[in-house]
Design a protein. Structure first.
Length: 422
RNA sequence: GGAGAGGUGGCUGAGUGGCUGAAAGCGCUCCCCUGCUAAGGGAGUUUAUAUGGAAACAUGUAACGAGGGUUCGAAUCCCUCCCUCUCCGCCA
Protein backbone atom coordinates (compact mmCIF):
# COMPACT_ATOMS: atom_id res chain seq x y z
CA UNK A 1 0.00 0.00 0.00
CA UNK A 2 1.25 3.43 -0.92
CA UNK A 3 0.97 6.50 1.28
CA UNK A 4 -2.05 8.55 0.23
CA UNK A 5 -0.02 11.74 0.66
CA UNK A 6 2.63 10.34 -1.64
CA UNK A 7 -0.04 9.56 -4.24
CA UNK A 8 -1.46 13.05 -3.90
CA UNK A 9 1.91 14.63 -4.54
CA UNK A 10 3.06 12.16 -7.20
CA UNK A 11 -0.07 11.28 -9.13
CA UNK A 12 1.62 11.00 -12.54
CA UNK A 13 4.46 8.93 -11.16
CA UNK A 14 2.06 6.45 -9.57
CA UNK A 15 -0.02 6.20 -12.73
CA UNK A 16 3.08 5.76 -14.86
CA UNK A 17 4.34 3.07 -12.52
CA UNK A 18 1.11 1.14 -12.79
CA UNK A 19 1.11 1.45 -16.56
CA UNK A 20 4.67 0.22 -16.73
CA UNK A 21 3.69 -2.75 -14.62
CA UNK A 22 1.14 -3.62 -17.29
CA UNK A 23 -2.01 -2.06 -15.89
CA UNK A 24 -4.00 -0.40 -18.67
CA UNK A 25 -6.64 1.23 -16.53
CA UNK A 26 -5.09 3.60 -14.03
CA UNK A 27 -8.24 5.57 -13.29
CA UNK A 28 -8.13 4.10 -9.80
CA UNK A 29 -5.46 6.66 -8.91
CA UNK A 30 -7.72 9.60 -9.68
CA UNK A 31 -10.58 7.78 -8.00
CA UNK A 32 -8.73 7.22 -4.77
CA UNK A 33 -7.71 10.87 -4.63
CA UNK A 34 -11.31 11.96 -5.11
CA UNK A 35 -12.44 9.45 -2.51
CA UNK A 36 -9.81 10.71 -0.12
CA UNK A 37 -10.99 14.31 -0.57
CA UNK A 38 -14.50 13.20 0.20
CA UNK A 39 -13.38 11.19 3.19
CA UNK A 40 -11.31 14.01 4.65
CA UNK A 41 -14.07 16.56 4.42
CA UNK A 42 -16.48 14.15 6.07
CA UNK A 43 -13.99 13.36 8.82
CA UNK A 44 -13.71 17.02 9.55
CA UNK A 45 -17.45 17.51 9.61
CA UNK A 46 -18.01 14.48 11.80
CA UNK A 47 -15.29 15.46 14.23
CA UNK A 48 -16.87 18.88 14.70
CA UNK A 49 -20.23 17.33 15.49
CA UNK A 50 -18.70 14.80 17.83
CA UNK A 51 -16.93 17.63 19.57
CA UNK A 52 -20.21 19.47 20.04
CA UNK A 53 -21.84 16.33 21.32
CA UNK A 54 -19.00 15.69 23.77
CA UNK A 55 -19.26 19.24 25.07
CA UNK A 56 -22.97 18.81 25.73
CA UNK A 57 -22.47 15.50 27.44
CA UNK A 58 -19.98 17.17 29.76
CA UNK A 59 -22.39 19.99 30.52
CA UNK A 60 -25.04 17.46 31.39
CA UNK A 61 -22.62 15.68 33.64
CA UNK A 62 -21.75 18.91 35.41
CA UNK A 63 -25.39 19.86 35.89
CA UNK A 64 -26.27 16.43 37.19
CA UNK A 65 -23.44 16.72 39.62
CA UNK A 66 -24.93 19.94 40.95
CA UNK A 67 -28.34 18.33 41.15
CA UNK A 68 -29.83 20.58 38.46
CA UNK A 69 -31.90 17.86 36.90
CA UNK A 70 -34.30 19.96 34.86
CA UNK A 71 -31.59 21.95 33.17
CA UNK A 72 -29.82 18.72 32.36
CA UNK A 73 -33.00 17.25 30.90
CA UNK A 74 -33.38 20.28 28.66
CA UNK A 75 -29.96 19.72 27.15
CA UNK A 76 -30.57 16.00 26.79
CA UNK A 77 -33.58 16.84 24.66
CA UNK A 78 -31.43 19.00 22.42
CA UNK A 79 -28.92 16.24 21.85
CA UNK A 80 -31.38 13.93 20.14
CA UNK A 81 -31.05 15.41 16.68
CA UNK A 82 -27.31 15.81 17.04
CA UNK A 83 -26.97 12.18 17.97
CA UNK A 84 -28.89 11.09 14.91
CA UNK A 85 -26.74 13.23 12.69
CA UNK A 86 -23.51 11.93 14.12
CA UNK A 87 -24.68 8.37 13.73
CA UNK A 88 -25.60 8.93 10.13
CA UNK A 89 -22.28 10.58 9.35
CA UNK A 90 -20.40 7.79 11.07
CA UNK A 91 -22.08 5.26 8.85
CA UNK A 92 -21.20 7.21 5.73
CA UNK A 93 -17.69 7.62 7.02
CA UNK A 94 -17.30 3.91 7.55
CA UNK A 95 -18.35 3.19 3.98
CA UNK A 96 -16.05 5.87 2.59
CA UNK A 97 -13.16 4.63 4.64
CA UNK A 98 -13.59 1.07 3.43
CA UNK A 99 -13.83 2.21 -0.18
CA UNK A 100 -10.77 4.39 0.17
CA UNK A 101 -8.84 1.57 1.81
CA UNK A 102 -9.77 -1.03 -0.77
CA UNK A 103 -8.81 1.36 -3.56
CA UNK A 104 -5.48 2.00 -1.93
CA UNK A 105 -4.87 -1.72 -1.71
CA UNK A 106 -5.36 -1.98 -5.46
CA UNK A 107 -2.66 0.54 -6.37
CA UNK A 108 0.64 -1.11 -7.28
CA UNK A 109 3.97 -0.20 -5.78
CA UNK A 110 6.00 2.24 -7.87
CA UNK A 111 9.03 0.71 -9.63
CA UNK A 112 12.43 2.16 -8.74
CA UNK A 113 13.94 4.42 -11.44
CA UNK A 114 16.71 1.83 -12.03
CA UNK A 115 14.16 -0.79 -13.10
CA UNK A 116 13.98 -1.29 -16.89
CA UNK A 117 10.59 -0.54 -18.40
CA UNK A 118 9.21 -3.55 -20.21
CA UNK A 119 6.12 -5.58 -20.88
CA UNK A 120 7.10 -9.19 -20.26
CA UNK A 121 9.85 -11.57 -19.23
CA UNK A 122 11.51 -10.90 -22.58
CA UNK A 123 12.34 -7.41 -21.39
CA UNK A 124 14.17 -8.47 -18.26
CA UNK A 125 17.76 -7.35 -18.17
CA UNK A 126 20.58 -9.83 -17.66
CA UNK A 127 22.32 -8.24 -14.73
CA UNK A 128 25.08 -10.80 -14.26
CA UNK A 129 26.13 -14.27 -15.34
CA UNK A 130 28.41 -16.68 -13.54
CA UNK A 131 29.95 -19.87 -14.87
CA UNK A 132 29.61 -21.53 -18.23
CA UNK A 133 26.26 -23.20 -19.04
CA UNK A 134 27.04 -26.86 -19.77
CA UNK A 135 25.72 -27.90 -23.20
CA UNK A 136 26.90 -31.53 -23.15
CA UNK A 137 24.34 -33.72 -24.91
CA UNK A 138 24.79 -36.75 -22.73
CA UNK A 139 23.50 -35.04 -19.57
CA UNK A 140 20.13 -36.35 -18.54
CA UNK A 141 17.30 -34.37 -16.96
CA UNK A 142 16.92 -34.95 -13.25
CA UNK A 143 13.65 -36.86 -13.58
CA UNK A 144 15.47 -39.61 -15.44
CA UNK A 145 18.19 -39.76 -12.82
CA UNK A 146 15.81 -39.94 -9.87
CA UNK A 147 13.68 -42.50 -11.65
CA UNK A 148 16.64 -44.77 -12.34
CA UNK A 149 17.63 -44.79 -8.67
CA UNK A 150 14.16 -44.50 -7.16
CA UNK A 151 15.11 -41.28 -5.38
CA UNK A 152 11.85 -39.38 -5.82
CA UNK A 153 8.44 -41.05 -5.79
CA UNK A 154 5.93 -38.97 -7.70
CA UNK A 155 3.29 -41.72 -8.06
CA UNK A 156 2.98 -42.43 -4.37
CA UNK A 157 2.85 -38.68 -3.77
CA UNK A 158 -0.18 -38.59 -6.05
CA UNK A 159 -1.72 -41.48 -4.18
CA UNK A 160 -1.15 -39.95 -0.78
CA UNK A 161 -1.95 -36.32 -1.58
CA UNK A 162 -2.04 -35.33 -5.23
CA UNK A 163 0.14 -34.17 -8.10
CA UNK A 164 2.97 -31.90 -7.02
CA UNK A 165 3.49 -33.53 -3.62
CA UNK A 166 6.34 -35.99 -4.17
CA UNK A 167 8.23 -38.13 -1.68
CA UNK A 168 12.00 -37.71 -1.60
CA UNK A 169 13.79 -40.89 -0.80
CA UNK A 170 17.18 -41.75 0.66
CA UNK A 171 20.03 -39.83 -0.97
CA UNK A 172 17.86 -37.04 -2.40
CA UNK A 173 16.07 -36.58 0.92
CA UNK A 174 19.51 -36.41 2.47
CA UNK A 175 20.73 -33.97 -0.17
CA UNK A 176 17.81 -31.64 0.52
CA UNK A 177 18.41 -31.76 4.22
CA UNK A 178 22.10 -31.04 3.68
CA UNK A 179 21.27 -28.06 1.48
CA UNK A 180 18.84 -26.65 4.02
CA UNK A 181 21.46 -26.90 6.74
CA UNK A 182 24.13 -25.45 4.52
CA UNK A 183 21.96 -22.49 3.49
CA UNK A 184 20.93 -21.71 7.05
CA UNK A 185 24.51 -21.93 8.28
CA UNK A 186 25.73 -19.56 5.59
CA UNK A 187 23.00 -17.06 6.44
CA UNK A 188 23.82 -17.28 10.12
CA UNK A 189 27.45 -16.53 9.29
CA UNK A 190 26.26 -13.44 7.42
CA UNK A 191 24.43 -12.20 10.50
CA UNK A 192 20.91 -13.46 9.88
CA UNK A 193 19.03 -14.67 12.96
CA UNK A 194 17.53 -18.10 12.51
CA UNK A 195 13.78 -18.33 12.94
CA UNK A 196 11.33 -21.20 12.88
CA UNK A 197 7.92 -19.93 11.88
CA UNK A 198 4.30 -21.08 11.75
CA UNK A 199 3.31 -22.82 8.52
CA UNK A 200 -0.19 -21.36 8.66
CA UNK A 201 -1.12 -17.71 8.98
CA UNK A 202 -4.29 -15.75 9.54
CA UNK A 203 -5.91 -13.30 7.18
CA UNK A 204 -4.23 -10.21 8.62
CA UNK A 205 -0.82 -11.68 7.96
CA UNK A 206 -1.72 -12.66 4.42
CA UNK A 207 -2.83 -9.12 3.82
CA UNK A 208 0.23 -7.67 5.49
CA UNK A 209 2.62 -9.09 2.94
CA UNK A 210 0.25 -8.58 0.02
CA UNK A 211 -0.92 -12.12 -0.74
CA UNK A 212 -4.46 -10.84 -0.42
CA UNK A 213 -6.31 -9.24 -2.02
CA UNK A 214 -4.00 -9.61 -5.00
CA UNK A 215 -2.89 -13.24 -5.07
CA UNK A 216 -5.21 -15.21 -2.83
CA UNK A 217 -5.64 -17.95 -5.43
CA UNK A 218 -2.03 -18.98 -4.95
CA UNK A 219 -2.63 -20.14 -1.39
CA UNK A 220 -4.17 -23.24 0.12
CA UNK A 221 -6.87 -22.37 2.63
CA UNK A 222 -7.92 -24.16 5.79
CA UNK A 223 -11.54 -23.00 5.92
CA UNK A 224 -12.55 -24.41 9.28
CA UNK A 225 -9.91 -22.47 11.16
CA UNK A 226 -9.54 -19.60 8.69
CA UNK A 227 -5.87 -20.20 8.07
CA UNK A 228 -3.77 -19.92 4.96
CA UNK A 229 -0.96 -22.37 4.28
CA UNK A 230 2.10 -20.20 3.75
CA UNK A 231 3.27 -19.84 0.13
CA UNK A 232 6.65 -18.64 1.43
CA UNK A 233 8.30 -17.96 4.78
CA UNK A 234 8.20 -14.30 3.80
CA UNK A 235 4.63 -14.20 5.10
CA UNK A 236 5.08 -15.30 8.73
CA UNK A 237 8.56 -13.80 9.06
CA UNK A 238 7.75 -10.33 7.76
CA UNK A 239 4.58 -10.31 9.85
CA UNK A 240 6.61 -11.24 12.93
CA UNK A 241 6.93 -7.52 13.67
CA UNK A 242 3.55 -6.43 12.33
CA UNK A 243 2.02 -3.52 14.31
CA UNK A 244 5.27 -2.75 16.04
CA UNK A 245 7.50 0.27 16.42
CA UNK A 246 11.10 -0.92 16.40
CA UNK A 247 13.88 1.00 18.13
CA UNK A 248 16.18 2.39 15.49
CA UNK A 249 19.22 0.67 17.04
CA UNK A 250 17.62 -2.66 16.14
CA UNK A 251 17.78 -1.97 12.42
CA UNK A 252 18.63 -3.65 10.18
CA UNK A 253 16.77 -6.73 11.40
CA UNK A 254 17.83 -9.82 9.44
CA UNK A 255 16.16 -13.22 9.61
CA UNK A 256 16.72 -16.54 7.93
CA UNK A 257 13.91 -19.07 8.00
CA UNK A 258 13.49 -22.50 6.48
CA UNK A 259 9.93 -23.64 5.75
CA UNK A 260 8.01 -25.78 3.33
CA UNK A 261 6.00 -23.62 0.93
CA UNK A 262 2.60 -24.42 -0.48
CA UNK A 263 1.37 -23.00 -3.76
CA UNK A 264 -1.68 -23.97 -5.75
CA UNK A 265 0.00 -23.06 -9.05
CA UNK A 266 -3.31 -23.10 -10.85
CA UNK A 267 -2.94 -23.26 -14.61
CA UNK A 268 0.62 -24.57 -14.88
CA UNK A 269 1.34 -27.39 -17.30
CA UNK A 270 3.82 -29.05 -19.66
CA UNK A 271 7.58 -28.91 -19.31
CA UNK A 272 7.30 -26.29 -16.58
CA UNK A 273 5.89 -28.85 -14.18
CA UNK A 274 7.95 -31.86 -15.26
CA UNK A 275 9.87 -33.56 -12.48
CA UNK A 276 10.79 -31.16 -9.70
CA UNK A 277 10.40 -28.02 -11.79
CA UNK A 278 7.18 -26.87 -10.19
CA UNK A 279 5.55 -28.41 -7.15
CA UNK A 280 2.65 -27.66 -4.87
CA UNK A 281 4.86 -28.21 -1.86
CA UNK A 282 8.53 -27.36 -1.83
CA UNK A 283 11.18 -26.38 0.66
CA UNK A 284 12.84 -23.02 0.76
CA UNK A 285 15.27 -21.07 2.90
CA UNK A 286 14.19 -17.47 2.97
CA UNK A 287 15.93 -14.28 4.03
CA UNK A 288 13.99 -11.28 5.33
CA UNK A 289 15.35 -7.85 6.11
CA UNK A 290 13.71 -4.95 7.89
CA UNK A 291 15.76 -1.82 7.31
CA UNK A 292 15.88 1.97 7.43
CA UNK A 293 14.52 3.46 4.22
CA UNK A 294 17.75 5.17 3.23
CA UNK A 295 19.66 1.87 3.23
CA UNK A 296 17.19 -0.41 1.48
CA UNK A 297 18.81 -0.42 -1.95
CA UNK A 298 22.23 -1.25 -0.56
CA UNK A 299 20.56 -3.97 1.45
CA UNK A 300 18.95 -5.34 -1.69
CA UNK A 301 22.35 -5.65 -3.37
CA UNK A 302 23.88 -7.46 -0.40
CA UNK A 303 20.86 -9.76 -0.27
CA UNK A 304 21.32 -10.64 -3.93
CA UNK A 305 25.04 -11.14 -3.46
CA UNK A 306 24.42 -13.50 -0.59
CA UNK A 307 22.05 -15.65 -2.65
CA UNK A 308 24.47 -15.64 -5.56
CA UNK A 309 27.32 -16.70 -3.30
CA UNK A 310 25.47 -19.93 -2.49
CA UNK A 311 25.22 -20.91 -6.14
CA UNK A 312 28.88 -20.05 -6.61
CA UNK A 313 29.86 -22.19 -3.66
CA UNK A 314 27.87 -25.06 -5.15
CA UNK A 315 29.61 -24.47 -8.48
CA UNK A 316 26.33 -24.05 -10.33
CA UNK A 317 26.33 -21.61 -13.27
CA UNK A 318 23.56 -19.05 -13.05
CA UNK A 319 22.41 -15.75 -14.33
CA UNK A 320 20.87 -12.84 -12.46
CA UNK A 321 18.00 -10.99 -14.06
CA UNK A 322 16.91 -7.51 -13.20
CA UNK A 323 13.18 -7.85 -13.61
CA UNK A 324 11.50 -5.31 -15.84
CA UNK A 325 8.44 -3.36 -14.74
CA UNK A 326 6.02 -5.69 -16.50
CA UNK A 327 7.39 -8.86 -14.90
CA UNK A 328 8.12 -7.78 -11.36
CA UNK A 329 4.83 -8.01 -9.56
CA UNK A 330 2.43 -5.77 -7.75
CA UNK A 331 4.17 -5.24 -4.44
CA UNK A 332 7.85 -4.88 -5.38
CA UNK A 333 9.71 -1.74 -6.29
CA UNK A 334 12.77 -3.65 -7.50
CA UNK A 335 13.43 -7.33 -7.96
CA UNK A 336 16.22 -9.62 -9.07
CA UNK A 337 15.68 -13.23 -10.08
CA UNK A 338 18.46 -15.78 -9.90
CA UNK A 339 18.24 -18.56 -12.46
CA UNK A 340 20.38 -21.64 -12.22
CA UNK A 341 21.45 -23.51 -15.35
CA UNK A 342 19.82 -26.90 -15.68
CA UNK A 343 22.29 -28.81 -17.87
CA UNK A 344 19.99 -31.83 -18.27
CA UNK A 345 17.09 -29.68 -19.50
CA UNK A 346 19.22 -27.02 -21.18
CA UNK A 347 17.22 -24.24 -19.63
CA UNK A 348 17.34 -21.72 -16.82
CA UNK A 349 15.40 -22.41 -13.64
CA UNK A 350 14.42 -19.70 -11.17
CA UNK A 351 15.80 -20.50 -7.73
CA UNK A 352 15.69 -17.15 -6.03
CA UNK A 353 13.91 -13.88 -6.14
CA UNK A 354 15.29 -10.93 -4.20
CA UNK A 355 13.01 -7.95 -3.76
CA UNK A 356 12.78 -4.57 -2.15
CA UNK A 357 9.24 -3.61 -1.19
CA UNK A 358 10.22 -0.24 0.23
CA UNK A 359 7.42 0.72 2.62
CA UNK A 360 4.68 -1.03 0.65
CA UNK A 361 4.38 -4.00 3.00
CA UNK A 362 5.36 -1.99 6.06
CA UNK A 363 2.44 0.38 5.58
CA UNK A 364 -0.01 -2.50 5.32
CA UNK A 365 1.48 -3.97 8.45
CA UNK A 366 1.94 -0.70 10.34
CA UNK A 367 5.55 -1.70 10.85
CA UNK A 368 7.51 1.37 11.86
CA UNK A 369 10.68 2.38 13.61
CA UNK A 370 11.34 5.22 15.98
CA UNK A 371 13.23 7.68 13.87
CA UNK A 372 13.55 10.31 16.52
CA UNK A 373 12.22 10.65 20.00
CA UNK A 374 8.89 11.97 18.80
CA UNK A 375 8.60 10.64 15.30
CA UNK A 376 8.11 7.30 13.64
CA UNK A 377 8.63 6.23 10.06
CA UNK A 378 7.67 3.18 8.04
CA UNK A 379 10.53 0.74 7.60
CA UNK A 380 11.50 -0.83 4.30
CA UNK A 381 11.15 -4.59 3.96
CA UNK A 382 13.07 -6.93 1.69
CA UNK A 383 13.22 -10.62 1.13
CA UNK A 384 15.05 -13.13 -0.98
CA UNK A 385 15.24 -16.87 -1.41
CA UNK A 386 18.50 -18.44 -0.38
CA UNK A 387 17.49 -20.71 -1.96
CA UNK A 388 14.47 -22.68 -3.23
CA UNK A 389 15.36 -26.33 -2.84
CA UNK A 390 13.88 -28.59 -5.54
CA UNK A 391 15.36 -26.73 -8.49
CA UNK A 392 18.75 -26.54 -6.83
CA UNK A 393 18.46 -30.29 -6.28
CA UNK A 394 17.61 -30.72 -9.97
CA UNK A 395 20.57 -28.63 -11.02
CA UNK A 396 22.92 -30.54 -8.73
CA UNK A 397 21.68 -33.93 -9.93
CA UNK A 398 22.10 -32.86 -13.53
CA UNK A 399 25.39 -31.02 -13.15
CA UNK A 400 27.09 -33.49 -10.81
CA UNK A 401 26.12 -36.65 -12.70
CA UNK A 402 28.91 -38.53 -14.40
CA UNK A 403 28.66 -40.42 -17.66
CA UNK A 404 28.52 -43.70 -15.75
CA UNK A 405 25.37 -42.41 -14.04
CA UNK A 406 26.79 -41.79 -10.59
CA UNK A 407 26.14 -38.40 -8.95
CA UNK A 408 28.94 -36.68 -7.03
CA UNK A 409 28.32 -34.71 -3.85
CA UNK A 410 29.22 -31.01 -4.14
CA UNK A 411 32.32 -30.17 -2.14
CA UNK A 412 30.57 -27.85 0.35
CA UNK A 413 28.00 -30.53 1.20
CA UNK A 414 30.39 -33.38 1.84
CA UNK A 415 30.57 -32.53 5.52
CA UNK A 416 26.80 -32.91 5.77
CA UNK A 417 26.49 -36.08 3.70
CA UNK A 418 29.67 -37.87 4.66
CA UNK A 419 30.58 -39.42 1.33
CA UNK A 420 31.68 -38.50 -2.19
CA UNK A 421 28.73 -39.88 -4.14
CA UNK A 422 25.00 -39.80 -3.45
C1' G B 1 -13.28 -29.65 24.23
C1' G B 2 -15.60 -28.38 29.59
C1' A B 3 -15.57 -25.07 34.15
C1' G B 4 -13.69 -20.67 36.42
C1' A B 5 -10.66 -16.04 36.45
C1' G B 6 -8.82 -12.26 33.57
C1' G B 7 -7.09 -8.89 29.19
C1' U B 8 -5.73 -0.96 31.07
C1' G B 9 0.35 3.15 28.70
C1' G B 10 7.62 0.52 27.89
C1' C B 11 6.66 -2.52 32.69
C1' U B 12 3.90 -3.22 37.56
C1' G B 13 -0.82 -1.74 38.75
C1' A B 14 -5.42 1.61 40.34
C1' G B 15 -9.90 2.65 38.28
C1' U B 16 -17.60 -0.40 38.23
C1' G B 17 -21.17 5.32 34.37
C1' G B 18 -19.39 12.00 33.80
C1' C B 19 -14.10 15.64 37.31
C1' U B 20 -9.83 9.40 33.52
C1' G B 21 -6.03 9.31 27.57
C1' A B 22 -6.11 7.29 32.14
C1' A B 23 -3.87 7.55 39.78
C1' A B 24 0.53 5.59 41.94
C1' G B 25 5.15 3.15 41.42
C1' C B 26 9.19 1.47 38.20
C1' G B 27 11.91 2.48 33.86
C1' C B 28 13.55 6.17 30.36
C1' U B 29 14.78 11.52 28.65
C1' C B 30 15.96 16.55 29.89
C1' C B 31 16.96 20.27 33.64
C1' C B 32 18.42 21.82 38.70
C1' C B 33 21.11 20.79 43.22
C1' U B 34 25.34 18.13 45.08
C1' G B 35 33.11 18.10 44.34
C1' C B 36 34.06 11.82 43.01
C1' U B 37 30.56 6.30 43.85
C1' A B 38 25.54 7.64 46.83
C1' A B 39 21.32 10.82 47.51
C1' G B 40 17.63 14.84 46.53
C1' G B 41 14.24 18.34 43.61
C1' G B 42 11.54 19.67 39.00
C1' A B 43 9.64 18.79 34.03
C1' G B 44 8.58 15.41 30.26
C1' U B 45 7.45 10.38 28.56
C1' U B 46 1.07 6.02 23.80
C1' U B 47 -0.61 5.91 18.90
C1' A B 48 -3.45 7.21 14.67
C1' U B 49 -5.88 10.85 12.16
C1' A B 50 -8.32 15.72 10.56
C1' U B 51 -7.87 21.07 10.49
C1' G B 52 -4.53 25.38 10.80
C1' G B 53 0.93 26.25 10.37
C1' A B 54 7.08 26.59 6.45
C1' A B 55 8.01 24.32 11.02
C1' A B 56 7.95 24.00 16.23
C1' C B 57 3.28 23.39 17.65
C1' A B 58 -1.96 24.27 18.56
C1' U B 59 -6.96 22.53 18.40
C1' G B 60 -10.39 18.60 17.51
C1' U B 61 -11.54 13.37 16.94
C1' A B 62 -10.62 8.19 17.81
C1' A B 63 -8.31 4.13 20.59
C1' C B 64 -8.23 0.87 27.84
C1' G B 65 -7.90 -7.22 23.46
C1' A B 66 -11.43 -6.88 18.64
C1' G B 67 -16.32 -5.92 16.85
C1' G B 68 -21.35 -4.60 17.95
C1' G B 69 -25.17 -2.68 21.58
C1' U B 70 -27.41 0.31 25.85
C1' U B 71 -26.86 5.66 27.40
C1' C B 72 -27.07 12.70 26.78
C1' G B 73 -22.28 10.35 28.36
C1' A B 74 -18.70 3.75 28.60
C1' A B 75 -12.06 1.53 30.45
C1' U B 76 -16.49 0.90 33.67
C1' C B 77 -23.09 -2.10 31.91
C1' C B 78 -24.88 -5.98 27.91
C1' C B 79 -23.81 -9.38 23.51
C1' U B 80 -20.38 -11.95 20.06
C1' C B 81 -15.48 -13.21 18.93
C1' C B 82 -10.10 -13.55 19.98
C1' C B 83 -6.32 -14.28 23.48
C1' U B 84 -3.97 -15.40 28.49
C1' C B 85 -4.04 -17.97 33.23
C1' U B 86 -5.96 -22.05 36.73
C1' C B 87 -8.43 -26.81 37.11
C1' C B 88 -10.47 -31.04 34.29
C1' G B 89 -10.33 -33.84 29.63
C1' C B 90 -7.24 -35.20 25.43
C1' C B 91 -2.33 -35.58 23.63
C1' A B 92 3.39 -35.57 20.00
Amino acid sequence: MLDINFIRENKELVEKGMQNKGEKDVSIVAQVLAKDEEWRSLVHKTDLLRSESNTKAKEIGALMGQGKKEEAQAIIKETGALKEEVKELEEQLKVLQEERESMLLRIANVPHPSVPVGASENDNEVFATWGEPDQAEWRKPHWEIVERYGWVDFERGVKVTGAGFPFYIGPVAQLQRALINYFINEAAKAGYIELQAPYFVNEDSARGTGQIPDKEDMMYVVPRDEFFAIPTAEVPVTNFHRDEILPKEDLPVKYVCYTPCWRREAGSYGKDVRGLNRLHQFDKVELVKIVKPETSYEELESLREHSESLLQALGLPYRTLLMCTGDMGFTQSKKYDLEVWSPGQKRWLEVSSCSNFESFQARRMQLRYRKEEKSTEMVHTLNGSALALPRVVSAILEAYQEENGKVRVPEVLKGFIGRDYL
